[in-house]
Design a protein around this ligand. Structure first.
Ligand code: GCO
Length: 457
């Protein structure tokens, strides 16, 4: 590709094209080589939690197939990979004793990426908390944040010579609400009063981990966090719908952005979280400074727009309205312009410096056809439209430096088990064979040309 094509593509030189995964969703090997139990191991083995009673015990068996998976990434021309470490693989008790075999696995994985010209983006926490810490209160207990700093320091000491990009947490808002209020995710609690302590301790853990990574790494690192950031809109301009949407957005998203970049929780959100049983006593002097420890980049995960209305009842709770437009298999609206708007708004409001799309993708009911291929035109079109939206954001001045498609291959989609397929690579679970989907070939072409192969909207 010549220089002119590079410029014409609309994506800056050196732009990273990758995919994202998470340890519990792909690794399997849930008891191997000294790994401790995580809250997802416990949760999936609890009857009634996961569709069809599925678990991540084997998942996509990536723990044993990682070399082939990395080979496939390099055949798809990808130059970056966002993965997460399983905390209980490294620290089976949550802190203290290090399981060298677990660290070795990630060390080999990182070497394997570098040997193939793939830049590692390491996420420290993608929801698989050691069960030993949950037994002591999990994220409701401040000590969990200290244990997380121990994980960060341990990983940085061992991998910091080779890993340059560190993501502390993945989507703390989802871990907080789905794990502790709706109970749809591990640890499966139903206590609205936990939102405040859990969210706050997650953010404190991010600040502590950021400092630990910088202190322990042998060279300067890029450290950031990944947030869930959809577009949230009220169903109507009625006052109660507008308030419901603002509260939903605040608890789910902007309380994290405000704390990270402005050292304060929005008053309205703090008041509501206290009304539903949270105690602000968990916020200790110095915490907001710690949380706002400067970072090098912000990762945004974007999938959809959410339309919110005020529910019925005397104390109406926000409700998600199912939109009418085209939906993915998750029931999520396909809304690409939301990605452009979100990138522009977040970049202008919080000035995070560098941004990455750390997740974007779609589930559709894929089928292997008789020729052994997977045609997934809906996913291909979804990705194309979102890449175009990202390009528009870059043209509007957003410092976007990379794009990670969720996901590399079909994997364990949490409470929904293996049914929703998000991969650009098809996983044939009975045989663990990988088959590149049409969308995977499309992504390979986009990556090879740094986006020049994209058409116009
Ligand atoms: C998420 C998670 C992923 C999901 C994906 C699709 O951040 O929500 O990072 O683990 O699988 O978002 O739902």
């Amino acid at each position: 590709m010549n220089g002119q094509q590079r410029m014409a593509s609309g994506f800056p030189e050196g732009f990273l094209w990758g995919t994202a995964t998470a340890a519990y969703q792909i690794e399997g090997a849930h008891t191997e080589d000294g790994k401790g139990e995580s809250i997802w191991d416990r949760f999936t083995h609890t009857p009634g939690t996961i569709e069809r009673g599925e678990t991540g015990d084997v998942a996509a068996d990536h723990y044993h197939r990682w070399q082939d998976d990395l080979d496939l990434m390099s055949r798809l021309n990808l130059n970056a990979y966002r993965f997460s470490v399983a905390w209980p693989r490294i620290l089976p008790d949550g802190y203290g004793r290090v399981n060298e075999a677990g660290l070795d696995f990630y060390s080999r994985l990182v070497d394997g990426m570098l040997a193939r010209g793939i830049e590692p983006f390491l996420t420290l926490y993608h929801w698989d908390l050691p069960q030993a810490l949950q037994d002591r209160g999990g994220w409701a207990n401040r000590d969990t944040a200290k244990a997380f700093a121990d994980l960060a320091a341990t990983a940085a000491r061992r991998l910091g010579d080779r890993v340059s990009h560190w993501i502390t947490l993945n989507e703390p808002g989802v871990a907080s609400v789905l794990g502790h209020v709706t109970g749809e995710h591990a640890p499966g609690a139903h206590e609205p009063g936990l939102i405040l302590p859990v969210s706050h301790h997650l953010l404190v853990s991010h600040g502590m981990a950021t400092q630990a990574i910088r202190a322990e790494s042998p060279r300067p690192m890029s450290v950031g966090i990944t947030l869930n950031t959809g577009v949230v809109e009220p169903a109507s301009d009625r006052e109660d719908d507008v308030v419901a949407a603002r509260l939903f957005e605040g608890v789910w998203q902007s309380m994290f952005l405000e704390a990270l970049y402005r050292k304060a929780y929005p008053d309205e959100i703090l008041t509501v979280l206290q009304m539903i049983g949270g105690s602000a006593d968990v916020i200790l002097p110095g915490d907001m400074e710690l949380i706002a420890t400067p970072t090098d980049f912000l990762g945004v995960n974007y999938y959809t727009r959410m339309i919110i209305r005020a529910g019925a009842g005397s104390t109406p709770l926000p409700e998600i309205v199912t939109p009418g437009g085209p939906l993915t298999e998750m029931g999520w609206e396909v809304y690409p312009q939301g990605l452009r708007d979100l990138l522009i708004r977040v970049s202008a409001t919080y000035k995070p410096g560098v941004m990455y799309v750390t997740e974007n993708g779609a589930a559709y009911p894929d089928m292997l056809n008789e020729r052994g291929e997977v045609a997934d035109p809906d996913r291909l079109r979804y990705l194309e439209r979102h890449f175009l939206a990202a390009r528009e954001a870059i043209q509007a001045g957003v410092p976007l430096k990379g794009y990670f498609v969720w996901s590399f291959m079909d994997n364990f989609e949490w409470a929904k088990g293996y049914r929703p397929r998000f991969g650009v690579v098809y996983t044939d679970f009975p045989t663990q064979r990988r088959i590149v989907k049409e969308s995977g070939r499309f992504l390979a072409e986009i990556a090879a040309t740094n986006g020049a192969a994209l058409g116009e909207e």
